[in-house]
Unconditional design. Structure first.
Length: 151
């Protein structure tokens, strides 16, 4: 491969590399949030064993909300990983096209578009999880303090 061609391939790979970084930061945030939710569910399950009957309903409600949040995060993580896979395949295809000097029609564009759709889908589930977190916090404050925190 000629050096000038290698430079062109590397230049074409810069945008996908930036996307992998963006996906990675989103994935880091999601896995941290998922880990905290899982730990909280485990803590609540241990707490439920010794809880009085009056608190069991509240603990069960919290576990249901946390589990729903975990499902949203699982969907978001899955879409994020699919996006990273798509970008990785795109970079591999760009390099293979340069080395073999063969043009694969519409595949790079389709991989890039699919990766962007996966990113947007991941962000939608992330937004739903954050929204659910705030709803659960509002319910908790209302239950414990008897007032709406939004007032």
């Amino acid at each position: 491969m000629e050096p000038i061609l290698l430079v062109q391939v590397l230049q074409a790979s810069i945008a996908p590399c930036v996307l992998i970084s963006a996906f990675g930061l989103l994935l880091l945030s999601l896995t941290n949030r998922l880990g905290r939710s899982v730990d909280r569910i485990r803590h609540l399950c241990r707490e439920a064993a010794d809880a009085p009957a009056g608190e069991m309903e509240d603990i069960e409600r919290q576990v249901r909300v946390l589990y729903r949040r975990c499902r949203y995060m699982r969907s978001s993580v899955g879409l994020c990983l699919m996006g990273i896979f798509g970008i990785g395949m795109l970079m591999l295809l760009l390099f293979a096209e340069a080395v073999a000097q063969v043009r694969v029609v519409f595949v790079p564009e389709a991989l890039f578009s699919a990766s962007m759709i996966f990113l947007l889908g991941s962000l939608v589930f992330f937004f739903l999880e954050v929204r659910l977190t705030l709803e659960a916090l509002r319910a908790e404050v209302q239950h414990r303090m008897g007032q709406d925190p939004g007032e």
